[in-house]
Design a protein around this ligand. Structure first.
Ligand code: KG4
Ligand code: ZN
Length: 378
């Protein structure tokens, strides 16, 4: 059995995990910084790196302890190299490097985006399923909205050791989908991060009440754009000044520390609930339509969806339904594996470990680290 310590610090989660043979999660510890960034309505890079520095040692120690191991028992260390915030990445990467060098264990560099793909595979393995490839993979979070074609490379000896190759076929031209959720939640005073609350409130609104036009984009059919929808919400609010009083009321309860979806719902008119439901319907509709168009065009067998927004209930339901209609199988990580974590990094590191990929002391953070090749016609 190969036990890999994964370390993730690319954004605002300090995370460490131990994964055996790329598939069995022995521990997964995530220290979220959401409380620190909340009052700014987004991640503040300087505060993020300072908090990673405080958390990295206890988080790694906790992950090793929860796995019932000592640090010396680790067979290799997998660290996120990028993409992400440089100051944040450097904390996890430097610590991972030091641990690997001190223990004389292999160091493996992992692309954070490949980690998100492995989160789906980890979950599929737990459920006893194996996605048929080629597949399309949508990575949709607060920082990314990217679409890839994923293929199997070589014949891995086990589920965890499978190797993959990636071609980028599309991505957002402006905001990431999660960023649009967070910005709209900020305009409506629904708290930070916005996704989970909007997810809960949308159930109570009429998704067809407000019509958002399709983003008009030339060129690549598989690119996304969300800034138009966000601006449409802003214009809607300008046209409806009567909503300001409830926005102020929600701001007030948020300032008091109350953030539950139920409390915010109690302070939301039907107009607001309809707006929220319509916003979500438009965003999800876009993500599903373009991803499935790509799946059909590239003749893939499966659809993998990962990243924080993959936790969204409407997104999951519509992907399930629309994929099934087309004879495609849809795969998602559990909620815990959707958002940033280190189990996905350790899992991604394992297939590299088996393939003999090693990093050395010269490894550096790569804030804009692309995954795979770009499609030539994309
Ligand atoms: O993957 P993640 O934890 O961090 C990165 O951005 O890398 O994703 C966080 C993002 C936030 O924008 C948050 O609003 C969104 O994911 N999110 C959701 C849901 N849960 C989290 N968006 C929609 N519905 C959700 N249930
Ligand atoms: Zn991420």
């Amino acid at each position: 059995m190969t036990r890999i310590l994964g370390i993730e610090s690319s954004c605002d989660e300090t995370a460490a995990a131990i994964v055996a043979d790329g598939v069995e999660i022995l521990s997964s510890v995530v220290a979220s910084q959401v409380e620190i960034h909340r009052k700014y309505g987004g991640v503040v890079p300087e505060l993020a790196s300072r908090e990673h520095l405080r958390q990295i040692v206890p988080v790694v120690r906790e992950a090793v302890a929860q796995a019932g191991m000592a640090l010396e028992d680790v067979d290799a260390v997998g660290v996120t190299q990028g993409p992400g915030l440089v100051g944040s990445l450097l904390v996890g990467l430097t610590y991972g490097k030091v641990v690997a060098l001190a223990l004389g264990k292999p160091l493996i560099a992992v692309n954070h985006l490949e980690g998100h793909v492995h989160a789906v595979l980890l979950e599929a393995h737990i459920a006893g399923r194996t996605p048929k490839l080629p597949g399309v993979c949508l990575i949709v979070s607060g920082g990314h909205t990217l679409l890839y074609r994923v293929e199997a490379r070589g014949a891995g000896t086990s589920n965890g050791a499978r190797q993959f190759s990636y071609v980028r076929i599309g991505g957002t031209r402006d905001d990431a989908a999660g960023e649009a959720y967070d910005k709209v939640a900020r305009m409506l005073a629904l708290g930070y991060p916005g996704g989970p609350v909007i997810d809960k409130l949308a159930v109570h609104g009429n998704a067809l009440a407000v019509r958002f036009g399709e983003p008009k984009m030339k060129g690549n059919l598989y690119d996304f754009s969300f800034s138009g929808i966000k601006t449409a919400v802003l214009y809607y609010l300008r046209k409806h000044p009567e909503l300001q009083a409830e926005i102020d009321a929600r701001d007030e309860v948020l300032a008091s520390g109350e953030r539950s979806a139920d409390a915010l719902r109690g302070l939301s008119s039907q107009t607001t609930l309809d707006l929220v439901a319509s916003f979500q319907h438009a965003v999800v509709g876009n993500l599903v339509a373009r991803t499935l168009a790509a799946a059909e065009n590239f003749n893939t067998e499966s659809v993998l969806v990962s990243g924080g927004v993959a936790a969204n209930r409407e997104l999951r339901a519509r992907f399930e339904l629309e994929s099934a209609k087309r004879g495609l199988e849809a795969f998602f990580p559990s909620r815990a594996l959707s958002t940033d974590n280190a189990a996905m990094i350790a899992a991604a590191a394992y297939s590299k470990f088996v393939a003999g990929e090693r990093a050395d002391a010269s490894l550096n953070a790569t804030p804009n680290f692309p995954l795979g090749a770009a499609a030539r016609d994309a």
